[in-house]
Design a protein. Structure first.
Length: 171
């Protein structure tokens, strides 16, 4: 069949990304977990409420196999202008987030991170391809498939029922 590196990615677990410190991370380390992948920004009108609610969801479900993967992005009204170090400081101090934060990426255009190209291809739908704004959310099942995509204005807490469904918990 040729070598395995040429095969098309079939799940989120096929991608490697960098964390905010520049370390390589294979998303296959999250196999068996339900993931919420979010493009974040530090200076957006949606920032405070999204981080608060993501923190709440994370505290509630992280021990049951839930992870939030946050990807800073500066493509929307330059609301994530800082360096990785500056972003990390804001996220940890102002927003008290303790879920993983990754390297700043593009989510649209030719230079979009490969994982984002994959996410958009799986869930183009009425949103077309492009991410429209900060805090677009993709919910990923335990096998690395895109379960659903949520618009930036949809609050993290409002998708709790979908998270529970994928985790198989009812409380």
């Amino acid at each position: 069949m040729g070598n395995s590196s040429s095969r098309l990615p079939i799940s989120v677990h096929d991608f490697n990304v960098k964390d905010i410190k520049g370390n390589d991370v294979s998303l296959s380390t999250y196999k068996g977990k339900v993931l919420l992948i979010v493009n974040v920004a530090s200076h957006c009108g949606l920032t405070t409420s999204n981080y608060q609610e993501m923190n709440e969801l994370y505290a509630k479900f992280k021990d049951q196999g839930f992870e939030i993967l946050a990807f800073p992005c500066n493509q929307f009204a330059t609301q994530e202008p800082g360096t990785n170090e500056e972003i990390a400081a804001i996220v940890c101090t102002r927003f008290k987030a303790n879920f993983p934060i990754f390297d700043k990426v593009d989510v649209n255009g030719d230079d979009a991170a490969p994982v984002y190209k994959f996410l958009k291809a799986c869930r183009g739908g009425i949103f077309y391809e492009n991410i429209k704004w900060n805090f677009s959310k993709f919910l990923i099942d335990k096998d690395g498939n895109v379960f659903d995509r949520y618009a930036p204005t949809i609050s993290p807490l409002s998708i709790e029922k979908d998270i529970k469904k994928l985790l198989g918990v009812d409380h």
